[in-house]
Design a protein. Structure first.
Length: 365
């Protein structure tokens, strides 16, 4: 399932450093604006300790995790909605992603320039949000004109026109489209507009090493996290520089490095998991001697739809799904014992797959 999180922010806030750490790649991360111009795409495994446990149960030849796709998008600047700093190109790249990870600089470093010449996380967030909103208002105005013309000859366009008018008032007042309360019909209209501010978003406070060691928030990260938590609810902090250093180490060295910072796991693991949730994704498992695998589906997927990510024939010829809950499988220690204990349930086409379900699909094509 190809859904993508776009990493955005002002120039020199640490986007490419974090992307490099995520993907263990070597995208340039230089100290000047527009170092990243073409978007870089990386596919990152989703950390999931359940796979290790299932590996011990099935002893397979290989274990395949779920993945999250990230795109490193060049830094936006004030005036991007008017084309400043290659703004049109960068906004078009944001339009292609499904969710946004907004990296905000929360560290002082006189050796790393800031395009606004000072560190002010809330100002930086507002600057980016304003540019995205201005771009959306331009899109809304164009759609408003088009829909007004259609409504004169197409009654079906009348409802859409009324929605666009209400949405324009909301966005003119500074509201992000994602915060507009839609009816089911309006949600369909909203999706058709492909607005930048309708995309789910999370904020990452990029902190320095001293703050990571102290375990306390600096004034910059504190004001960002408290404001976001109060008003939006999706925020975290990590030290991009340290995360990149960790990503370059082997497993043994990583463990030693993490213990020095009193960390149980890299901060990037939390970022990946949050990004996965932001995309409204979840996983189910299949297991056998050849492979234990985590499959990615949208939350709320039916059993046939979940089967289709393995192969479309599984959906076409779906008969039933044999479900064992992950906790039951672990408790019993084997698939056979779980089945013998009556813990395997046969479910039909209406069953909604739950995160962590272990599934064997019955189908006929």
């Amino acid at each position: 399932m190809s859904l993508t999180c776009g990493i955005i922010g002002l120039p020199n806030v640490g986007k490419s450093t974090i992307f490099n750490a995520l993907t263990s790649s070597s995208v340039p991360a230089e100290n000047y604006p527009f170092c990243t111009i073409e978007p870089h795409i990386g596919i990152v495994p989703l950390p999931d300790k359940r796979l290790e446990v299932l590996g011990d149960i099935y002893n397979p030849q290989k274990i395949t995790p779920a993945t999250v796709e990230f795109t490193d998008i060049a830094g936006l600047v004030k005036g991007a909605s008017l084309g400043e700093g290659l703004g049109n190109q960068f906004l078009a790249q944001i339009r292609q992603v499904d969710a946004i990870v907004h990296v905000v600089r929360c560290f002082e470093d006189e050796n790393v320039a800031h395009v606004e010449n000072s560190i002010d996380p809330l100002r930086d967030v507002e600057l980016i949000e304003t540019e995205l909103l201005l771009a959306d208002l331009n899109t809304i105005d164009k759609n408003l004109l088009r829909t007004e013309k259609l409504s004169k000859s197409d009654n079906a366009a009348v409802s859409k026109l009324e929605f666009i008018k209400k949405l324009k008032v909301f966005c003119d007042g500074g509201g992000a489209a994602r915060n507009y309360k839609c009816t089911d019909e309006e949600l369909k209209f909203l999706d058709e507009l492909f607005l930048l501010t309708s995309k789910p978003i999370m904020y990452v406070a990029n902190i320095n090493e001293d703050e990571l060691i102290s375990g306390k928030n600096s004034k910059h990260s504190d004001i960002l996290l408290s404001t976001i938590d109060k008003n939006i609810g999706q925020a975290m902090k990590l030290c991009g520089k340290v995360e990149h250093e960790i990503s370059l180490l082997d497993t043994v060295e990583q463990s030693e490095f993490l213990s020095e910072y009193n960390l149980s796991e890299p901060g990037l693991n939390h970022l990946i998991k949050k990004a996965f949730a932001l995309l409204k994704l979840e996983t189910y498992f299949t297991g056998g001697e050849k492979e234990v695998r985590a499959w990615t589906i949208k939350k709320g997927s039916s059993a046939p739809k979940a089967a289709s990510v393995i192969h479309t024939d599984f959906e076409k010829g779906f008969i039933k799904a044999e479900i064992v809950k992950y906790a039951d499988l672990v408790k019993m220690g084997s698939e056979k014992l779980a089945k013998d204990s009556g813990l395997a349930k046969l479910e039909g086409k209406e069953y909604i797959v739950q995160d962590g379900d272990c599934i064997y699909f019955h189908f006929n094509v």
